[in-house]
Design a binder for this molecule. Structure first.
Ligand SMILES: [Mg+2]
Length: 232
């Protein structure tokens, strides 16, 4: 039997916020601003692809607490530039800084995000749990208008650990004054959001717009945020 949910915990990046679209727009800006074509990087797509490779590796290190935020922020650009034979620490630091300033202001939400939040907010208490940098996430919530929908925002920096560590879910439940049995986690990342919530006994909704996961074992799976209205 379906549980009586009262608290909905949303992930932000790639769940409500179209992270990849905002990143692509930001790369376009910084590629032009720093004249990276003249530095030998042929296309913005090449630049973004090489960056994504390094970022994915370094983000895992960051998620496991093995490197600091500032290291992640600069090193991902330093290594990207190196792959194009550019040795420039200053440029890497400038790119790192600009990316964090520009990307949260490129508002791109997934289809139906706002209409679903309007539907859910009078019926449930909404919260956010995010592994993103606190100040970056705050900017996104402010400029997009998403912030007004959430009673509590739990960032990994505040919790001291990142999803899928059970401690961040316990921290979130306490802060939200919610219980395991009346809570539901909604997110796009199978390991981070779904397995993380499942391990503490919280039901989960996997947001899987590209249908990457078959037979994933989550409580619910949706392709479009509007599907939440079907069971909530
Ligand atoms: Mg996510």
């Amino acid at each position: 039997m379906q549980k009586k949910y009262r608290h909905l915990f949303f992930d932000l990046d790639r769940t409500l916020w179209d992270f990849d679209k905002s990143a692509a727009e930001t790369f376009e800006d910084i590629y032009n601003k720093y004249k990276l074509l003249e530095r030998g990087i042929k296309t913005v797509e090449d630049f973004h692809r090489v960056y994504t490779h390094h970022n994915n590796i370094l983000w895992e290190e960051y998620r496991h607490g093995r490197i600091e935020k500032k290291v992640l922020s600069n090193l991902r650009y330093f290594l990207t530039l190196q792959d194009f034979d550019i040795e420039d620490e200053k440029l890497a630091a400038d790119l790192g800084k600009d990316y964090l300033e520009i990307s949260p202001r490129k508002v791109n939400l997934f289809p139906n995000a706002i209409s679903v939040l309007n539907y859910l907010s009078p019926r449930y208490t909404l919260h956010l749990i995010t592994n993103g940098f606190s100040e970056v996430q705050e900017t996104k919530l402010r400029v997009s208008g998403l912030g007004e929908y959430f009673r509590t925002v739990i960032t990994s920096e505040e919790a001291g650990v990142k999803k899928p560590n059970p401690a961040i879910f316990y921290f979130a439940l306490k802060k939200a004054d919610a219980d395991i049995d009346n809570s539901l986690m909604i997110g796009d990342d199978f390991e981070v959001d779904i397995v993380g919530a499942k391990n503490v006994g919280i039901d989960q909704v996997l947001f899987d717009p590209e249908q990457k996961y078959q037979q994933n074992g989550s409580t619910f799976t949706i392709r479009d945020l509007a599907e939440l209205k079907g069971f909530l």
